[in-house]
Ligand binder design. Structure first.
Ligand code: URP
Ligand code: ZN
Ligand code: ZN
Length: 468
């Protein structure tokens, strides 16, 4: 099976030119100014369109038990939503259940994906317990299985939170094995005190989710993680950076040349604290962690993604129904399951408000959504770029087509959208996964089961192209 994508504007992190891309089987085999002599089974006319690498989302939670319930999107519905948004690969979190080995946790998560995969995926291992569950030796064996990043939660006391000893020991293992350490950086102990005080004072509405998690608690934990990673000699990636207090220590570390990286998520660029104050429990839609911050942080974050203080934009897609799941916290904000949707709209939103608004270039958009996530998480150059030998994960993007973001028209099972009613110009038209047409004419053109688990390379290493 071969496909010729003709006359599109090919955009990578480095290049921007008009040309043809030829796909044979699952890989890109030829790129040229005009491949007129090439015979293909299918030709896609991409004139007037952008040809982008399939986007890579480094931070998602599908089929994850959390907050007394389970995220509404399983692997199938979450990945279908991702595909329609131009994302062809993501890295999801295996959460080690307390007392369980890492092998058991990984098996369980692979079982959740079996037969349901629509796009390609890898896993990070979220370490929750090194006392009764996994051992340091077992943790050290994970990179050999293609799980090359360890995640630690410095918040969610009594649930996923680890102490500094577990954090530091994991960093030491990562320094030895070449894995990347990821942290959810908030001071969970201080937040726990503030939450108890708020509830004792009768403050139960959704806005107290933010008021009990001040930005300083994120700044403190970010700095702590950076300093501990220095001592351990580990590479560090700070997830979902939401505020100036956390951007600052990352900027300082990067200026010093330390191996520290950060991401923000789409929602922190658009949703601010006032959304949590919306009446009739609507604020609960925006209960995710870290919480939406004061609006002034948004320009700080845009500036950080522009200047490479933050190097990736993820979705942290962790979707809970407003009606039926978020309502678990109707009378107590601390019981609202933490998380929001977003897998389908990252490219729409960053193209409209990043590129079209003049904040970042098209190349930088590709770097933030495709190339850097692929490089940081051991998927490059198989994923994250358009090059001969790379997987033919491609998005033909119509930069002129208007699109209104609506919960009623998206593909996740969620019953609301963080960006409801937002008008954007530019939308994915055709999406290819390893040369298979995934999305075409607004419909899913492939069946679940087509996606694969990808064994990722260690931090800093490249991933050789596949052999098929
Ligand atoms: O609220 C969030 N972000 N839920 C998902 C878990 C996490 O902290 O990433
Ligand atoms: Zn988190
Ligand atoms: Zn997350």
């Amino acid at each position: 099976m071969s496909i010729l994508i003709k006359g599109g504007r090919i955009i990578t992190a480095a290049d921007d030119y008009v040309g043809d891309v030829y796909v044979e089987g699952e890989r890109i085999t030829l790129i040229g100014a005009s491949l007129d002599d090439v015979q293909a089974d299918t030709t896609i006319d991409a004139s007037g369109k952008y040809v982008l690498p399939g986007c890579v989302d480094p931070h998602t939670h599908l089929d994850m038990p959390f907050g007394g319930t389970v995220t509404i999107d399983d692997v199938e519905s979450g990945q279908i939503a991702a595909a329609f948004g131009g994302t062809t690969c993501h890295v999801d979190f295996v959460i080690q259940p307390q007392g369980a080995t890492f092998a058991a946790a990984l098996d369980e998560w692979k079982g959740k994906a079996a037969g349901k995969q629509v796009i390609d995926m890898g896993y990070h291992m979220a370490v929750t317990d090194l006392r009764e569950g996994g051992t340091l030796e077992e943790l050290a064996s994970l990179p050999d299985q293609g799980v090359t990043s360890y995640k630690l939660f410095m918040a969610y006391k009594g649930a996923l939170m680890v102490d500094d000893e577990t954090l530091f020991r994991t960093m030491q293992v990562a320094a030895e094995t070449g894995a990347l350490v990821m942290v959810h950086a908030e001071n969970g102990d201080a937040i726990d005190v503030l939450v108890k005080e708020a509830l004792a004072a009768g403050n139960t509405e959704p806005k107290y989710h933010a008021l009990t998690r001040p930005p300083e608690t994120e700044g403190e934990a970010t700095n702590r993680a950076i300093q501990l990673a220095r001592v351990a000699g580990a590479s560090l990636y700070v997830v979902h950076v939401s505020c100036e207090e956390a951007v600052h220590p990352i900027a300082v570390a990067r200026e010093k040349g330390w191996d520290v990286w950060g991401e923000t998520c789409t929602q922190y660029l658009f949703v601010d604290y006032t959304f949590l104050e919306r009446p009739d429990f609507e604020g609960a839609k925006y209960v995710y962690t870290p919480p939406p911050r004061d609006k002034a942080n948004q320009e700080v974050l845009w500036n950080a993604v522009r200047t490479d203080v933050l190097s990736a934009i993820s979705t942290d897609h962790c979707a809970f129904l407003w009606d039926g799941q978020k309502t678990l916290g109707k009378d107590d904000f601390s019981k609202i399951p933490n998380g929001g949707p977003g897998l389908e709209n990252r490219l729409h939103m960053i193209h409209e408000f990043g590129v079209r608004a003049g904040r970042i270039t098209l190349n930088r958009m590709v770097e933030l959504l495709c190339t850097n996530p692929a490089k940081l998480f051991g998927l490059y150059p198989r994923k994250g770029t358009i090059a001969v030998g790379s997987d033919a994960d491609l998005v033909v993007f119509d930069p002129e087509r208007r699109h209104t973001i609506k919960a009623s028209e998206h593909h996740s099972k969620i019953d609301y959208n963080l960006y409801e009613g937002t008008e954007v110009t530019g939308t994915p038209e055709t999406v290819l996964l390893r040369g298979h047409v995934l999305v075409e004419d607004g419909r899913l053109a492939a069946k679940p089961g087509i996606g694969q688990f990808v064994e990722r390379a260690r931090f800093g290493d490249t991933l050789a192209p596949g052999t098929e």
